[in-house]
Write a protein that binds this ligand. Structure first.
Ligand SMILES: Cc1cc2nc3c(=O)[nH]c(=O)nc-3n(C[C@H](O)[C@H](O)[C@H](O)COP(=O)(O)O)c2cc1C
Length: 230
């Protein structure tokens, strides 16, 4: 489970999937630094590199898990710092539901099993019990440019692929940063940065049922059109 050393680029990107169950095994700081250095070769608008990574483990991460869980169970409304947009509709809603069906089937979570569904959601707020969580932020000064969030997406995708190439698993997630004040406090995030996304990271648990799931994609022909080729 997870990537193995010396994979080709195609093996990394075609093999990677989001990992939501982790071994209770620490990740060496030097390995995370190596993976971040690879990710940071991503292009960014005018090379502005507007992102920051707050790499959290151990006791501070446990405090974030606890704070997130307490606030969710108390019914605290989410307080993420980016625009969420309206609820998904049409094809986007279909893909969202399709992804949930694939994961719930693998986990054996029934449609009406409210308790198991709640457990699954809370797992996300605990960062899937991963040993490491990387909070991706960006410079508030650049928050009026769409390129900034584009650059965060590029570097974060590169991060999960780089991690996979080293045998690590990740899941990019919004759940971990929905209660931004919790993350800001326990991770000590400066006020001049906007909290964008969380990335749970660790060694994939080969026995966790959702880990092997390959979430479907559209065909290239559905997403791309070619102009001037014939
Ligand atoms: C911006 C973004 C937010 C996401 N938020 C969550 C999340 O909150 N919880 C979760 O379990 N997965 C989350 N994911 C993971 C997606 O569900 C996953 O990438 C998608 O279903 C495709 O699956 P794959 O990564 O296994 O290929 C997120 C991914 C992205 C890029």
């Amino acid at each position: 489970m997870g990537g193995t050393p010396d994979q080709t680029y195609a093996e990394v990107v075609l093999g990677r999937r989001s990992i939501r169950g982790y071994l209770d095994k620490p990740v060496p700081r030097a390995l995370i630094e190596e993976v971040l250095a690879m990710a940071m070769r991503s292009p960014s608008s005018m090379n502005t590199q507007p992102y920051h990574f707050h790499v959290i483990t151990g006791e501070p991460l446990d405090r974030i898990r606890k704070g997130n869980t307490e606030r969710i169970l108390a019914g605290e409304p989410d307080s993420r710092e980016f625009r969420k947009g309206h609820p998904f509709q049409g094809v986007h809603r279909d893909r969202q539901v399709g992804c949930a069906i694939q994961l719930f089937e693998a986990m054996g979570i029934g449609r009406d099993d409210k308790e198991a569904r709640q457990d699954w959601v809370l797992r996300g707020f605990r960062q899937f019990d991963a040993p490491v969580c990387v909070i991706v932020t960006y410079d508030k000064e650049l928050s009026d440019a769409d390129d900034t969030v584009f650059d965060c997406g590029a570097v974060t995708t590169a991060l999960v692929n780089a991690a996979w190439s080293k045998g690590l698993g990740c899941v990019i997630n919004s759940q971990g940063i929905m209660q931004s004040p919790v993350v800001r406090e326990h991770a000590g995030i400066p006020e001049d940065q906007v909290i964008m996304k969380a990335v749970a990271m660790g060694w994939p648990d080969p026995d966790f049922p959702a880990n092997p799931v390959k979430i479907t994609r559209r065909e290239v022909s559905e997403a791309a059109r070619f102009v001037g080729f014939d």
